[in-house]
Design a protein around this ligand. Structure first.
Ligand code: AMP
Ligand code: GLY
Length: 427
């Protein structure tokens, strides 16, 4: 069958790699795609993914039997609804179900109704009640914009003054809704479940590194690196997450008449009182997909088709439990602020000389045989290993072969997992 993948980031390059390996995949199109996805199929930058009628027509003309949506924006815009209504299988949640990512308030209300462990919270539409709540609770406290804000709508405030400034800044925009919540402490982990509306199967864990600088300093980003599995999520914790977080979420979404199909990506805080939900995303993570896909031991396509058809019973999606993967994001200088585009990247082929290394491309473009930087996060240099430590060493050795003076990366991706391995835990 022919497959259409939507998106253009490092996540989509990793998905293109996994989808194109499937014996079921005849042709893979990626819209718009990037020079990395082009290596696994055919990019279609001419297809406007915001024009759902055009996407539908493309699928009909090109015999597309499965559409896989990478990023959140097309989900929230209802691409899956419109394709499904036309009888085209599209993997991902409907617009209504994507509210789990698109509206923090929606998710918090669902948690409250179904007893899903999460930070205590309150929702506000006006400044004064929000400030009164802040005075009552004090700091530390967390202030969030309700809608999609690409990770930038969250302030973890150490002081009441910081919280107040964040609240005032958010309400400076008309029509704002905010969530104020308890500040949880613990280690964070990302947990992924493949869902068919009724059932969920756990498909892996990862740890992301959101801050831009070593030692988790500086502003939040889309993610500067990740590794998988997140060994801190023990099998017992994973069962607790499935039972107390994922399963009641699916029940609640069905009860609301918006069954969830797709990838449920739970951002977890592993607190002393057990795992708690920080937030949901309704798609694969970026850069988490870049560490999950290289560890995938099964064919991804039948699992996605079964999820679309609402029947994951009998499906297993196996990941190589004995191999760790680690990815280091190379970003353009200035990221997550303004970056300069157009600098030349050399050495990708040299970095990929080993079978255990994958250089997933994100913000790149090609010009003749040159590869140019064309965004904030530019490359995700990924390596496999028998331990996180080995994967880390390989990833940084690969980075040393990349010649791109205008780029930078964190030097400490996987630090916590490596410390745990040194202290005696394996993967
Ligand atoms: P979010 O966009 O909701 O994932 O939040 C971004 C980051 O803010 C998370 O990865 C956490 O590091 C932090 N964060 C969000 N909510 C909380 C909370 N309730 N307590 C502590 N940290 C939080
Ligand atoms: N790595 C964070 C995200 O994909 O949202």
């Amino acid at each position: 069958m022919n497959i259409l993948l939507i998106g253009s980031g490092g996540r989509e390059h990793a998905l293109a790699y996994a989808l194109s390996k499937s014996p079921l995949c005849s042709r893979l199109f990626t819209a718009p795609g990037n020079p990395g996805t082009q290596r696994h199929g055919e990019n279609r930058p001419d297809l406007a993914v915001t024009d759902h009628a055009a996407v539908r027509a493309f699928c009909e003309q090109n015999g597309v039997g499965l559409v896989v949506v990478g990023p959140e924006a097309p989900l929230v815009a209802g691409l899956v609804d419109d394709l499904s209504a036309a009888g085209i299988r599209a993997f991902g949640p409907t617009r209504a179900a994507a509210q789990l990512e698109g509206s923090k308030g929606f998710t918090k209300d669902l948690c409250a109704e179904y007893g899903i462990p999460t930070a205590a919270f309150a929702r506000f539409r006006a400044l004064e009640p929000a400030l009164a709540y802040l005075r009552e609770k004090g700091a530390p406290i967390v202030v969030k914009a309700d809608g999609l804000a690409a990770g930038k709508g969250v302030t973890v405030a150490e002081t009441a003054d910081q919280a107040e400034a964040a609240i005032r800044a958010l309400f400076a925009e008309p029509g704002t809704e905010i969530v104020i919540e308890e500040c949880m402490t613990g280690e964070e982990a990302s947990f992924f479940a493949l869902c068919d509306g009724t059932r969920a199967i756990a498909i892996g864990t990862a740890q992301d590194h959101k801050r831009v600088f070593d030692g988790d300093r500086g502003p939040n980003t889309g993610g500067m690196g990740a590794y998988s599995p997140a060994t801190i999520v023990t099998p017992a914790i994973a069962r607790t997450v499935m039972d107390t977080i994922i399963a009641p979420t699916l029940r609640g979404m069905r009860a609301r008449g918006m069954p969830f199909t797709g990838i449920l990506y739970a951002g977890l805080m592993l607190t002393e009182a057990g795992p708690k939900l920080i937030e949901y995303n309704t798609r694969f993570g970026d850069p988490e997909a870049q560490v999950l896909m290289p560890r995938l031991a099964s064919d991804l396509v039948p699992a996605l088709l079964s999820a679309c058809d609402g029947d994951l019973s009998g499906v297993s999606l196996e990941f190589d439990e004995h191999r760790a993967a680690l990815t280091v994001v190379m970003a353009a200088a200035g990221y997550p602020g303004t970056v300069v585009r157009g600098s030349t990247i050399r050495g990708v082929a040299e970095a990929e000389a080993s079978d255990a290394v994958f250089v997933f491309q994100a913000g790149t473009r090609s010009e003749g045989d040159k590869l140019l930087a064309d965004g904030g996060r530019v490359l995700a240099v990924t390596a496999l290993g028998d331990s996180v430590m080995e994967a880390q060493a390989r990833a940084y050795a690969a980075i040393a072969r990349i010649d791109w003076p205008e780029g930078f990366c964190r030097r400490d991706i996987g630090r916590r997992a490596v410390a745990r391995e040194v202290a005696g835990g394996g993967i």
